[in-house]
Design a protein around this ligand. Structure first.
Ligand code: 1CP
Length: 343
């Protein structure tokens, strides 16, 4: 057992566990050095490289969990879409899903045929960690994965125009797509646990664009399915994370997740009230502050830890991923500060 897993199971302890979303990434010089010689996809698809990048932040900092280096979008490649990570542009899919026929054409490959490289990377990492630190597996949620499949680029660039268009004008295609993604995600998450991950996180990064009625009709049923099906097959805690979703927290609180990630737009006690049941919360320092000023980070981290004292359990994290221009020193000091705190 570990502090991180115990806390996710709701156990209170004097220490607060900490890990950071995107803790592996471009703010680390050793990541940039590998990235200079390899594309993002090469790094994810070469188990030795993915293992190395996963371990980089764990060698530097006393983090309480690792997260396997992959991307929410890599499992989509095997469905038959052309995914590329373009310099400066982020992910691009040049054959986006726009019609019923496009949805019907999508394959739902087994994880062993599709993402064996990630499963192999997990096995390498778990062997290296040797029980010292738990590893987190993850997947995107169907809504967010759909938004990339349908927009073909970062969904925010088009305000999810095509995604919402397909959802409401072609609900049958939408529901067929969600069913396919549920199967893909469940199999992928279970396979990551079978390979050695001790907890799972579901990322629904673009959910904040959806209103409550559309959430109820087009999103919620599939989130419930994924979490229920995963929990019926593997016994690990499942964390649900989305951003800009405070206004639908009362709805999200009803999901059968074990814990919730919280972004910086709401305080942890307010989030807990809206979520409405005593679950562990993970978060919620603004990553932009971490990049800005250590003095302010220290004040903010102390305030977050004080606010978290009212929660049943708390895992310290950022409200979203580490930004690439974040000073490594600020990350180091934040982790030391949280590790030195007693509640
Ligand atoms: O150029 C580079 O070096 C790649 C930058 C990068 C990295 C480091 C991308 C491209 N993906 C990743 C890894 C990654 N992505 C991880 C690894 C583990 C870790 O956290 O250390 C994880 C968990 C993700 C998840 C992910 N990818 C999400 C969900 C979380 C979030 O940030 O909201 C999303 C939305 C993506 C899509 C994606 N992949 C990469 C980028 C730049 C983006 C976002 C693009 C956009 O704005 O739409």
């Amino acid at each position: 057992m570990s502090l991180f897993i115990d806390t996710l199971k709701g156990k209170r302890s004097a220490e607060t566990p900490i890990w950071l979303m995107r803790q592996a990434g471009r703010y680390l010089p050793e990541y940039r050095a590998l990235r200079e010689k390899n594309s993002m996809l090469q790094m994810v698809q070469t188990p030795e490289l993915a293992c190395e990048v996963t371990l980089q932040p764990l060698r530097r900092f006393p983090l309480d969990a690792g997260i396997i280096f992959a991307d929410i979008l890599t499992p989509l490649i095997g469905m038959g879409v052309n995914l590329e990570f373009k310099k400066g542009e982020g992910p691009v899919i040049d054959n986006p899903i726009r019609t019923v026929a496009d949805v019907t054409r999508l394959r739902v490959p087994k994880p062993e045929e599709n993402v064996q490289y990630t499963l192999d990377a997990i096995k390498l990492v778990v062997k290296e960690l040797n029980g010292k630190t738990p590893l987190i597996g993850f997947s995107g949620a169907p809504f967010t994965l759909s938004s990339y499949l349908i927009e073909g680029q970062s969904p925010g660039d088009s305000d999810l125009r095509h995604t919402k268009g397909l959802m409401v004008s072609n609900p049958e295609a939408w529901h067929e797509l969600q069913e396919k993604l549920v199967t893909l995600c469940v199999e992928y998450l279970v396979a990551q646990v079978d390979a050695g991950c001790e907890s799972l996180q579901i990322f629904d990064s673009w959910l904040g664009y959806v209103g409550p009625r559309e959430y109820d009709q087009f999103v919620q049923p599939y989130l419930v399915k994924i979490i229920e099906q995963v929990k019926a097959r593997v016994n690990v805690p499942v964390v649900f994370f989305a951003t800009s979703v405070s206004s639908i927290f009362p709805r999200l609180g009803k999901l059968p997740a074990d814990a919730f990630g919280v972004d910086w737009r709401i305080s942890l006690p307010d989030a807990a009230k809206l979520i409405g049941r005593p679950v562990p919360l993970q978060g919620n320092l603004d990553p932009q502050l971490l990049a800005a000023s250590w003095e302010y980070v220290e004040r903010s981290a102390r305030a977050i830890l004080e606010e978290a004292a009212t929660l049943p359990a708390h895992i310290f994290n950022l409200g979203h991923g580490v930004l690439q221009y974040t000073p490594v020193e600020n990350v180091q000091r934040l982790i030391e500060f949280v590790k030195g705190h007693r509640r």
